[in-house]
Each structure stands twice: as C-alpha cells, then as structure tokens.
Write a protein that binds this ligand. Structure first.
Ligand code: GLU
Ligand code: ZN
Length: 276
C-alpha cells in the first residue's frame, strides 16, 4: 500500500506552494487506495507556533484533502534520543560546541546547506561543560554503510552522495534532533512508502538514505516535485508574504475549486512552476 505524507512546520501560515505539495501527496496515495498522513514538524522550538497546527488542519479540509494525522514531532523526542544514542555508541557522532560564525569561518567549502563543517571539534574534543550539538562523522558513516542509492519517481535511481554535506548536525544544541534525523525516523515510524516533497529538499535525501542504512530503517521511494515560483522566479515563501491559504479560506474562496485548478497546473497570475 502506498503511504504518503504532508509534513509542514508550524512556523508560518501555509501558502499555495504547500497546497500544491499536499495535493500531490494526497493524490498519489488516494489514486492508489493508499493512505495520506499529516505530520506536524514542530521541534524547531524557537520558531514553532503550536496554534498554527489547527489552521493547517482547516486548510487541508478546505482544499478537500482528507488526511490521517500522526503524532507531531514534539511527541516523539524519545525515539530521536534513542536513535542518537545508538549512533553515539558506535562512535558515529561527536560533540561540537562551535557557533554558526565559527563553522563558517573555518569552513573550506560550501555544500548544499551552506558552509561545510571543517571538523574542528572532531580533532580536539571540546569542553564537556559547554552545550554541544552532535555531528555525524561523515567519512566513518559512509565507510560503514558502503555505496547506497535511492529512487525518485521523477529523477530515477540516484547514487547517494551524502559526503557533499560534510559532518552534518544530527542533534542540535537546543533540540533532541535535527530535521534530518527526525524526518528520517518519523517517515520510518509512520510507514511512509513514498516521501513526497518539494525539489528544494532533493539533496537532503542523500543524508536521509545514509541514516536509513545506519539505523536499519526501511527504504521508501521519493517523489520530489517542482516548486511554485513567484514573479521574481524565487520559490514562494512564508517570509515574502505570499497570500496564505488561511487568508484565502477566511475570505470565502472555494478551496476545492482552488485545488482543482492547482491539479491542472493553473496558477494565479505571476506564479509558475520550476523546471526541476
Ligand atoms: N517540515 C518540512 C518543511 O516544512 C518538510 C519536511 C519534508 O517534507 O521532508 O519544509
Ligand atoms: Zn565544533
């Protein structure tokens, strides 16, 4: 059975790009008699606004998308801790006390997520009394896992290349996981068989595939879809004030009709679909 999910973070209202993403995930599951899940990704403590989850549920219902809600990330912290401990016990994680500025200053190259960590704290263990993030020892992890590949429904079979990210953070200083660790564990726990999300997260899948190998998790397939772009060719973003679904809903717009138009790739003026 196909199981897909929509996994929004409650740090801003949903916009048309989210609607497009949710429709794709919903339809891929429902046309195959599968299940479509909603998971609230709320562990980004500082920016998370719990009250938005209720708006998200209303947005999906307004679009005519029936979903099954699974526990939010804040209810799964123990599973993140347990997985991090397993990796720690095998010597695959190390403590890092560097600030963002220190990471950037020491970095020798830029990866898909910004400056690649130079490994300073791997070479000299930092002060144990200071708050630390836990980073993955990427070279060790790749050597242990061996060559891996993953399959995207659109892009085909992709050789996994997590090395380009360097020693990524798996446990943040302020949270019991990072996005990469949490999303990989959650998709496995929820039985997601087809991970649908925007092409902006395509590269992150290299890391997720590696984590699946290290943690003996089932390997789903992926479907990275094109993104909605605004007039300036940038992806729609909460920050740039794209009209939210909640605003459209509260203004009395017909959500089911909007969903039908998005399915036909008929977008409001100024909005287009990226090529990737
Ligand atoms: N929570 C992430 C976001 O809102 C999406 C995670 C995912 O689909 O893997 O961007
Ligand atoms: Zn460090």
């Amino acid at each position: 059975m196909i199981v897909t999910r929509f996994a929004p973070s409650p740090n801003g209202m949903l916009h048309l790009g989210h609607a497009y993403s949710a429709i794709i995930a919903h339809d891929l599951a429902k046309t195959a008699d599968g299940r479509f899940l909603l998971r609230i990704e709320d562990i980004d403590g500082a920016r998370s606004r719990p009250e938005l989850a209720e708006e998200f549920r209303r947005d999906l219902a307004w679009l005519g998308l029936e979903c099954e809600e699974v526990p939010a990330q804040s209810g799964r912290l123990e599973s993140y801790q347990a997985a991090a401990q397993r990796l720690l016990d095998r010597g695959l994680l190390y403590r890092c006390t560097c600030t963002r500025q220190q990471v950037a200053a020491a970095s020798l190259r830029i990866g898909p997520d910004g400056p690649v960590y130079a490994g300073t704290c791997k070479r000299s263990a930092p002060d144990p009394s200071r708050p630390a993030a836990l980073r993955l020892d990427m070279d060790k992890a790749i050597a242990l896992a061996g060559p891996l590949e993953w399959e995207d429904e659109i892009a085909g079979v992709i050789p996994a290349d997590p090395g380009q990210f360097g020693d990524v953070v798996l446990v943040r200083k302020d949270e019991p996981a990072s996005y990469h660790l949490a999303v990989t564990l959650d998709d496995a726990a929820d039985g997601v068989t087809l991970v649908t999300r925007g092409a902006d997260l395509f590269d992150a899948t290299h890391i997720h595939r590696l984590l699946q190998a290290l943690l003996d998790l089932p390997v789903p397939r992926w479907h990275h879809h094109a993104l909605l772009l605004d007039e300036s060719g940038k992806k729609l973003a909460k920050r740039r004030g794209s009209t939210s679904l909640a605003d459209r809903r509260k203004a009395g717009e017909d959500g089911v009709l909007l969903a039908a138009q998005l399915r036909l790739q008929r977008f409001p003026a100024g909005i287009s679909l990226s090529k990737a």
